[in-house]
Design a binder for this molecule. Structure first.
Ligand code: ATP
Ligand code: MG
Length: 368
């Protein structure tokens, strides 16, 4: 037995030595508050293992929506995060989000591949909020739906936004090999770790509540049913603390996140959080109400949340009350292993809450 194992690892080592041409692959998630980098490995049994992770804060205002306002600040953060994971000369997948991206499930008549392509172009042109001539378009056929039509997911991004982020990342000598949407990266992880716990014909809400945006996806029978990006997140609280308490961005971030010895935040901060939570809840409600009226879906069963803003006191309980269903934290470590050599126990919470998109992007390594 032990002989077989050692022979196997010898062969593995040899393979590594011989594959000197192969570059490593990372997922890079550029969020408003920080850059996250993840590297994963697919094991022989098909499971994924997080081998490396790092995150680096981005100073205030460097990235707003999908516009780069201070390139040097972002590049510095990117270099620091790369240095921490210790990879260079590698390839990556980046995630895009914001008003210059698009994702929607379409129900098409179906037919041959060519007919589906035509239907996608025709339908997409009506829905994409920017000129189709300026867009890069892709689609994925899920298969037949209950009505006999074809379920297709159409995704698009403006060429200009793809170029901006590709050029940005290539300035630090990382080759962009795959481009994905942030929301799809999140749902890839969700599908991987939760599919065995999900019930057939039940719909699930998945939300990544970050600093400037919240991706909301409705998932049913392993298909994306609905995607919406909302302009809500932790930044709303930070800005309100800045305004009401007369402090700067980083002071407000500290006031929001640093609890006292008893685990409490200052009363004034709690009041501001409660105020802002009301607007966050009302946006979520608007989106869910829109989905329910347009789909007549009666099978919404549970909600899974991730993202740094999920740590705000009262957020989970509030969403639970709002939706009248259980809200669970999407914990990547429920289904993804991690390398104890490279990943510190103390960092697990940060990765679980804020690293889901980076992990999903890293999983897009086509050679895995
Ligand atoms: N302990 C905490 N309590 C409350 N809020 C927190 C805590 N830790 C982080 N946050 C907030 O979470 C947000 C950052 O989360 P996350 O890293 O998911 O966002 P991001 O990916 O940078 O932003 P986005 O995806 O919106 O561009 C910030 O607004 C930050 O203040
Ligand atoms: Mg994010």
């Amino acid at each position: 037995m032990s002989k077989a194992v050692s022979l196997e690892s010898l062969i593995d080592n040899l393979k590594d030595m011989l594959s000197f041409g192969k570059k490593s692959f990372i997922g890079i998630d550029i969020g408003l508050s920080s850059i996250k980098i993840a590297q994963v490995q697919k094991k022989k049994n098909g499971n994924f293992k997080l081998t490396k992770f790092s995150s680096c804060l981005i100073p205030e205002g460097a990235l707003i929506e999908d516009e780069v306002h201070n390139e040097e600040d972002i590049l510095d953060a990117l270099r620091d995060a790369l240095e921490e994971v210790g990879v260079d000369n590698c390839e990556c997948c980046i995630g895009l989000s914001g008003p210059n991206t698009f994702a929607r499930r379409l129900q098409l008549a179906g037919g041959t591949e060519e007919e589906i392509n035509d239907q996608v172009m025709w339908e997409a042109e009506q829905y994409i909020p920017f000129d189709i001539d300026e867009a890069v378009l892709s689609h994925h056929v899920f298969g037949q739906n209950e009505g006999g039509g074809m379920d297709v997911l159409v995704v698009a991004a403006k060429k200009q936004i793809i170029d901006t982020f590709r050029e940005l990342v290539e300035k630090v000598k990382i080759k962009v090999k795959v481009i994905d949407l942030h929301s799809l990266a999140v749902i890839n992880v969700f599908d991987l770790i939760s599919s065995k716990n999900l019930k057939k014909d039940c719909s699930y809400i998945v939300m990544d509540i970050g600093a400037q945006k919240t991706s909301l996806i409705i998932f049913r029978n392993r298909r994306i049913i609905f995607v919406k990006e909302m302009e809500i997140g932790g930044l709303m609280v930070t800005e309100e603390i800045q305004r009401q308490m007369g402090v700067n961005y980083s002071e407000a971030e500290d006031l929001k996140t640093n609890v006292d010895d008893n685990g409490n935040l200052p009363e004034e901060v709690v009041d501001i959080i409660d105020e802002v939570l009301d607007s966050i809840f009302s946006e979520v409600k608007k989106t869910i109400d829109f989905y329910l009226t347009s789909s007549s879906d009666e099978s919404l069963s549970a909600c899974y949340v991730t993202g740094g803003c999920t740590l705000l006191p009262g957020l989970i309980e509030g969403i639970e009350a709002l939706l009248g269903m259980e809200v669970k934290i999407l914990n990547v470590f429920d289904g993804i292993e991690y390398d104890k050599k490279n990943i510190d126990e103390d960092d697990l919470e940060n990765i679980a809450y804020r690293g889901v998109a980076a992990l999903g992007l890293a999983m897009r390594d086509l050679s895995l």
